[in-house]
Design a binder for this molecule. Structure first.
Ligand SMILES: Nc1ncnc2c1ncn2[C@@H]1O[C@H](COP(=O)(O)OP(=O)(O)O)[C@@H](O)[C@H]1O
Ligand SMILES: [Mg+2]
Length: 285
């Protein structure tokens, strides 16, 4: 059995290659060759040097993923699941459809380049409904970099104006989860490793922003919501961010289809690459 690991051709730091190398190693241990291929190298090419039995798709290039699926290749995660996760607005819509608890959310109205927002009444309405502080989150983003907290209506308006014409949403701030959440890693329909992330200096718990990490044993409700999110989005595996609502009610924050599982490995000693490889091979046999 042979597979390819498709990665983004422009993200070349160790942070990414650490993950790719863990995956290659995990498959190699199981006698499966996994070749790293940059998506930029194949975008104009019609095929690989061999027909892979499967594709570990670690890029976010939906068009390429879709093209490969149409050519009959089996992708992990699938193109449709990947796009639902990559765009946080689509994640929200899909989770809501499946009744998975998510913060109250309002999608910002569409505008266009060179037009922007000429009327900010929608910001006032969002604040009226969701309260202050209010979370403003871009549809596309990672490592907490595109997630903002506005303490005042003026600040919310300023952020909205600056973000146009990007897609973004307003979200109820889950104050009981300020600076802390869980990264619950699911493979198949099972929770495999959970990290409690906390940061006293930022409302975002991302490790990249200086968050701390600790191994954590999730309760049944926390496990169940992570599994439900993975099922709702049609994922094979994912890192689900779960917040602490009132009375510890779990609320999904976001779902990562290409989880950066190195910090999970450092924190828990659990190598998700091994568990993902095991799952993929079992699925294909
Ligand atoms: N609605 C919210 N209420 C409280 N905290 C939030 C909310 N949304 C996000 N956060 C915090 O911000 C962090 C980053 O948000 P997230 O949606 O996971 O984006 P990213 O993909 O950049 O990690 C989360 O881990 C969480 O700590
Ligand atoms: Mg996150």
């Amino acid at each position: 059995m042979k597979g390819v690991l498709i990665v983004n051709g422009f993200l070349n730091s160790d942070k990414y290659y650490d993950i790719y190398n863990l995956l290659v190693k995990a498959f190699k241990t199981r006698n499966v060759q996994l070749d790293i291929v940059k998506s930029s190298e194949i975008s104009g090419k019609e095929d690989f040097s061999f027909t892979p039995d499967f594709v570990m798709f670690w890029d976010k290039d939906y068009y390429l993923a879709d093209k490969l699926e149409r050519e009959g290749l089996k992708l992990f995660n699938s193109a449709s699941a990947m796009i639902l996760c990559d765009n946080k607005i689509l994640t929200y819509r899909e989770l809501e459809k499946h009744g998975v608890l998510y913060p109250k959310t309002i999608v910002a109205p569409k505008t266009f380049e060179n037009v922007g927002y000429t009327d900010l009444t929608f910001v006032e309405k969002a604040v009226e409904r969701l309260g202050l502080p209010i979370v403003i989150k871009e549809a596309y983003g990672s490592f907490g970099a595109q997630v903002y907290l506005a303490e005042t209506i003026e600040k919310a308006k300023e952020i909205a104006k600056k973000l146009a014409p990007k897609e973004f949403m307003f979200q109820q701030f889950i104050s009981t989860s300020r600076g802390k959440d869980l990264r619950i890693n699911v493979v198949g329909d099972k929770v495999k490793a959970t990290v409690y992330r906390y940061n006293d200096n930022d409302f975002r718990s991302n490790i990249t922003l200086g968050g701390n990490k600790q191994p954590y044993s999730p309760n049944d409700a926390q496990k169940q919501i992570a599994i439900n999110a993975v099922k709702a989005l049609g994922l094979d595996f994912a890192g689900v961010d779960v917040m602490f609502g009132e009375n510890d009610t779990p609320i999904v924050c976001e779902v990562n289809s290409n989880p950066h599982f190195k910090s999970t490995l450092e924190c828990t000693g659990i190598d998700l690459a091994e568990l993902i490889a095991e799952y993929v091979i079992e699925k294909l046999c």
